[in-house]
Design a protein around this ligand. Structure first.
Ligand code: ADP
Ligand code: MG
Length: 393
């Protein structure tokens, strides 16, 4: 087990650099749409501040190329001020005299948010000399950014190699739940995988089949598998480059005697139909495009979910942002909410769908990870967590 912030002693007066994941969704004007990720990081910040540490926060936001005011973290500093009155400060720079001066001016328990680390091109290159300049600001490094811990970047990987380190409380929670799910799941373990990022997600399906009893597929992922199993999907979204892998996964499931279920009906529209009237069909023909699982599939999947002891869900089952195609995803969310299983939902869109359905409170754990969760399943760990010191027994 990795060392956590709770294992750190003598924090009073120490400058603790905490890598958080404040990569919140923002609109074109830079307005923040959802503060979940900031709220999830608060327990670690609060704990360190209460211990008398000087808490210096690092994060990225979006994929800026150089400075971009719409990707500034300043609005997040304003937001944090509400939770930590008179304690929060902001630096326009991550390194250099301004940052150094602001750290020097901190009192014990203060919180300083540094500007978006991705304003520096050295960040994604994992540039060691950039990391050394950041490391100079602090005494200890804490990684509480689960969602980006599969990326070897300077502020999350290199920093851990330069300073005494630990994981944060959010990271601990994420790892504990995922590890439990993969190592000692309640049986039967049902995984539901959908969404559009087929190429990224398909890689971990074999690993998932090693531990899960049943895997239910939806979204563009399912169409790629239908093609691989010889069923036509007309003009539905598929990942052509993933079809061979899908075939391998189908064979693998068979050889391991695992249930890998594909949709048996679909909600589709015809491209030639100007009104885009939706149709429920068992097979897609001509110029049909499938956008959701149909009612028979919902029933079939819901029955599996009702019997489950453990559920892991990543990726919506259809184009849920569109009123006409949200039913599959929402009904599966409802089935999960009603089941007695321990349920974990991960992935930006999946979590957002669960929240929109109003059922978030009935899910046992909403993960802040998408890509990181998948990488964890695929490899059993994450680069930026591996580099953190083990707990001393
Ligand atoms: P997550 O963010 O939960 O990991 P993804 O990003 O992989 O999920 O996928 C979410 C996207 O997949 C959504 O924008 C949704 O509209 C899209 N999607 C799901 N099913 C389909 C489909 N059948 N056709 C087109 N897009 C789909
Ligand atoms: Mg997504």
């Amino acid at each position: 087990m990795k060392r956590t912030v709770k294992d750190l002693v003598g924090l009073k007066g120490k400058v603790v650099l905490v890598r958080v994941d404040f990569n919140v969704p923002v609109d074109d004007n830079g307005r923040i749409l959802d503060y979940t990720r900031v709220n999830e990081a608060k327990p670690t910040i609060k704990y360190l501040s209460e211990q008398g540490a000087k808490v210096v926060l690092l994060s990225h936001l979006g994929r800026p190329e150089g400075f971009d005011i719409r990707k500034s973290l300043w609005p997040i500093a304003l937001y944090l001020m509400k939770s930590f009155p008179n304690k929060v400060y902001f630096s326009n720079h991550v390194i250099g005299p301004e940052a150094e001066g602001r750290v020097k001016a901190m009192n014990d328990g203060d919180i300083l948010l540094l500007e978006n680390v991705r304003f520096y091109e050295e960040e994604e290159k994992c540039d060691m000399s950039f990391a050394r300049k950041i490391a100079k600001l602090g005494d200890i490094f804490v990684n509480d950014a689960f969602g980006v811990s599969h990326r070897k970047h300077a502020s999350i990987y290199a920093l851990a190699r330069l300073l005494p380190n630990a994981i944060g409380l959010l990271m601990e929670k994420e790892i504990t739940h995922l590890t439990q799910c993969l190592e000692s799941p309640n049986r039967p373990f049902v995984a539901i995988i959908g969404g559009a990022k087929v190429k990224d997600k398909i890689k971990m399906l074999k690993k998932l089949l090693d531990v899960a009893d049943t895997v239910l597929l939806g979204g563009a992922m399912a169409y790629t598998f239908l093609v691989a199993s010889g069923t036509a999907v007309a003009s539905s979204l598929t990942s052509v480059e993933s079809i061979m892998t899908a075939k391998e996964v189908l064979d693998y499931a068979k050889s391991k005697n695992k249930k890998l279920l594909l949709p048996v009906d679909h909600v589709a529209v015809r491209m030639s139909d100007k009104k885009e009237k939706k149709e429920i069909v068992d097979f897609m023909i001509d110029d049909m495009v499938g956008y959701d699982i149909g009612p028979k599939t919902v029933k079939l999947y819901s029955e599996e979910i009702a019997m489950a002891g453990q559920i892991l869900w990543n990726g919506p089952l259809g184009k849920y942002e569109d009123e006409r195609f949200k039913e599959g995803t929402f009904k599966i969310a409802k089935a999960i909410a009603e089941s007695k299983a321990f349920s974990i939902v991960g992935g930006g869109d999946s979590v957002s769908a669960v929240k929109n359905s109003g059922l978030a409170g009935k899910i046992n754990f909403l993960s802040t990870g998408g890509g990181a969760t998948l990488k964890f399943i695929e490899e059993g760990s994450l680069n930026c967590v591996e580099v953190i010191q083990e707990k001393i027994k």
